[in-house]
Design a protein around this ligand. Structure first.
Ligand SMILES: *Cc1c(COP(=O)(O)O)cnc(C)c1O
Length: 377
């Protein structure tokens, strides 16, 4: 069967979807560029890794893998609910928070429904709505690479069915503050479902003005869900656990109907519970990462690279405008074993996103950029 025939069998939304850009693997870069030391700075992973309690929990689990996991994630939901001031029935757990993004789109979006988001954004904020046939409107950033709150308020007033809003934003790192969040909420019609993606919450929560979103949302009537993840600050990206805290149990029950019954595996549940129990490990990793991020931003701004710009970031990465096409710079970085994420969307082909890594990785990245800056073009 040829490609057009199989495409004709598919739901019309599917062949038109862009592929998710997961980037290059370390092995692929080693093989293609012949470099041995790789600095992985493309996926916003945590260089501190997970709490040592996670490894102990996984060892204990090794003899239990023949049993199905708890389909309701009861222990993990209870632990998250307790610390977040929610009821367990208002908490949903996913195979990564991307799983919850998919459940939300499957449960709430029909062909033609309108979804509002920002561009550039996390790829799945647009891909999953389009998978369901929804119409996605994506708002631009301000010239200073921040949220355009006026444009958001105006677009919200037109009543999208669902809003995909990330605070801080990925890939930019920009955030809106508590006053701006209040303006956004006031502009939102009562029937709009707000999906607030706080994947970088733990990095941003100590930034001046960062909103206490749960408190603000609980003080109003619109339906909402706040998404957070164990992949970033908690160091569990490889095991895939994310969670959502919803406005009410009925929303979670709808997600329960569309998710796969055992969506969070045994190891993921045990690891997340162990990580959650060692908050001090996470807090230390976050504080150190924030320090390294600010030092890296300062070093970049001081670099002899004409017109280079660094977007202010409240997350564990920096979005950098190189003021020249990112392709050749990315190639030169890969040749030195450094993997970052070059942005490909129209208007952002001069940007790269770099995650904050170990001090050695960060120094290698800065050293490589300095070399590239002084190389004859
Ligand atoms: C990393 C990321 C996620 C996905 O996290 P998982 O829990 O690993 O699926 C979701 N949203 C944003 C904005 C992210 O950057």
């Amino acid at each position: 069967m040829n490609m057009s025939a199989i495409h004709a069998l598919a739901r019309p939304e599917v062949p038109a979807l862009p592929a998710y850009n997961a980037g290059l693997s370390s092995q692929a870069v080693r093989a293609r560029y012949g470099v041995s030391e790789i600095a992985r700075l493309a996926s916003n992973e945590n260089p501190f890794g997970a709490s040592p309690a996670v490894a102990r929990a996984l060892v204990d689990l090794a003899l239990q893998v023949g049993t199905y996991p708890d389909a309701n994630c009861s222990a993990l939901r209870a632990a998250i609910a307790q610390r977040s001031g929610a009821r367990p029935e208002e908490v949903v757990i996913g195979n990564g928070s991307e799983d919850i993004l998919q459940m939300l789109c499957q449960a709430f979006l029909s062909p033609g429904d309108r979804v509002l988001t920002q561009r550039p954004a996390f790829g799945l904020h647009e891909i999953y709505p389009r998978m369901m046939g929804a119409q996605v409107e994506a708002l631009a950033l301000t010239p200073a690479l921040g949220f355009d709150i006026d444009a958001w308020c105006e677009a919200l007033a037109h009543g999208p069915k669902l809003v995909m809003l990330a605070n801080p934003s990925n890939p930019v790192g920009c955030m809106f503050d508590a006053d701006e969040f209040a303006r956004l909420l006031a502009a939102m019609p009562p029937a709009t479902l707000l999906v607030l993606d706080e994947a970088y919450y733990e990095y941003a929560r100590t930034a001046p003005g960062f909103p206490d979103a749960l408190a603000a949302l609980r003080a109003q009537q619109r339906p909402w869900i706040v998404l957070r993840t164990f992949s970033k600050a908690w160091g569990l990206a490889g095991l895939r656990v994310g969670y959502g805290i919803a406005s009410d149990a009925a929303l979670v029950q709808l997600l329960d109907r569309v998710r796969t019954p055992f969506n969070v595996n045994l190891a993921a549940q045990a690891a997340a519970l162990a990580a959650w129990g060692d908050e001090a490990h996470m807090v230390h990793a976050v504080a150190e990462t924030v320090r390294r991020r600010d030092a890296m931003a300062e070093a970049l701004r001081a670099m002899a690279w004409p017109a280079l710009r660094v977007a202010p970031s409240a997350a564990n990465f920096l979005f950098i405008d190189l003021a020249r096409p990112n392709g050749p710079v990315n190639e030169a970085l890969l040749a030195r074993g450094i993997i970052v994420k070059p942005w490909k969307e129209p208007g952002f082909e001069s940007f790269i996103r770099v995650s904050i890594g170990t001090p050695e990785e960060n120094a290698r990245f800065l050293g490589a950029l300095a070399e590239i800056a002084s190389a004859p073009a």
